[in-house]
Design a protein around this ligand. Structure first.
Ligand SMILES: Nc1ncnc2c1ncn2[C@@H]1O[C@H](COP(=O)(O)OP(=O)(O)OP(=O)(O)O)[C@@H](O)[C@H]1O
Length: 256
């Protein structure tokens, strides 16, 4: 089966400073991988690369069997089918929950219908299913700016699910949430992925949650892979070494 992604010696620099250094990694289909590491380790950069948004990197990268280009965005018909959940939710405040989730369908539509916002019955069905999976059906008519942080995050997840993704990428999906909500949201994302038989790659600052919700943890530091292990084999020493010398509060938040 096609790997969720494969990276071979991928490096990236921002203004001459290395953000990723010779990263070689892959994930099996359906695998849940957590990216851990202190602030500035390169987690968001790696996820942006997997999402096909990063330009100017070196090396080789393939997502869901589609080679990525370091120089240009892929044409619509060659997109990988990965869905992205943004840390800051990226919702349109003046639109309803339903409209925000429906927007997830735009990337699945042909160009002209998408420009006119002409959604079909199939799009409405996918939207309704995504709202149901995230427990948002009762809030469908509420405006996005009238939601709590946890509810907004659920809308962002539903929008991603409405895309019918073949892989879910999530950049610190629970960083703005209290511990109980964080656990619920990660359970929601990984449960929805399991139901669809697809993988999840998420970044986190919370080792305990990463251990609980990921099959595998990749420790990134200063753009390089420091460890890559099944979650059950990641020790407290691995975590301490990964965060060694970093500013307190910029990372580790233990959730019991
Ligand atoms: N657009 C940008 N322009 C310049 N430098 C950038 C840009 N984006 C990231 N960087 C730098 O690249 C490095 C990696 O950043 P990245 O955001 O990938 O880290 P991160 O592990 O996601 O951090 P955090 O946990 O704080 O979100 C950092 O040194 C950061 O300052």
């Amino acid at each position: 089966m096609t790997a969720a992604f494969t990276l071979n010696a991928v490096s990236h620099h921002f203004d001459g400073a290395a953000a990723l250094r010779e990263v070689s990694l892959s994930a099996a289909p359906g695998e849940r991988v957590a990216l851990l590491g202190p602030s500035g380790a390169g987690k968001s950069t790696l996820l942006a690369l997997l999402d096909g948004r990063l330009r100017g990197w070196r090396g080789e990268a393939e997502v869901l069997g589609v080679p990525l280009s370091a120089t240009h965005a892929p044409p619509r018909e060659q997109r990988t089918g990965a869905g992205f959940i943004f840390q800051e939710f990226a919702l349109v405040d003046r639109l309803t929950v339903y409209q925000n989730v429906m927007n997830g369908r735009l990337s699945r539509m042909r160009i002209w219908p998408s420009l006119w916002g002409r959604f079909g019955e199939h799009d409405h069905l996918k939207t309704a299913a995504a709202l149901d999976d995230t427990g948002l059906s009762d809030l469908a008519r509420r405006r996005a700016d009238q939601l709590s942080g946890g509810q907004r995050q659920r809308v962002a997840i539903a929008r991603c699910l409405a895309q019918d993704p073949r892989l879910i990428l999530a950049d610190e999906p629970v960083s703005n949430l209290d511990p109980a909500h964080a656990e619920r949201i990660l359970g929601l994302i990984t449960g929805a992925a399991d139901k669809r038989g697809i993988g999840v790659i998420f970044s986190s600052h919370q080792p305990d949650l990463a251990r609980r919700f990921a099959d595998r943890i990749v420790g990134l530091r200063a753009g390089a892979v420091q460890f890559d292990k099944p979650s059950a084999q990641v020790t407290s020493d691995d975590i301490a070494e990964l965060y060694h010398g970093t500013v307190p509060g910029a990372g580790l938040r233990v959730v019991s």
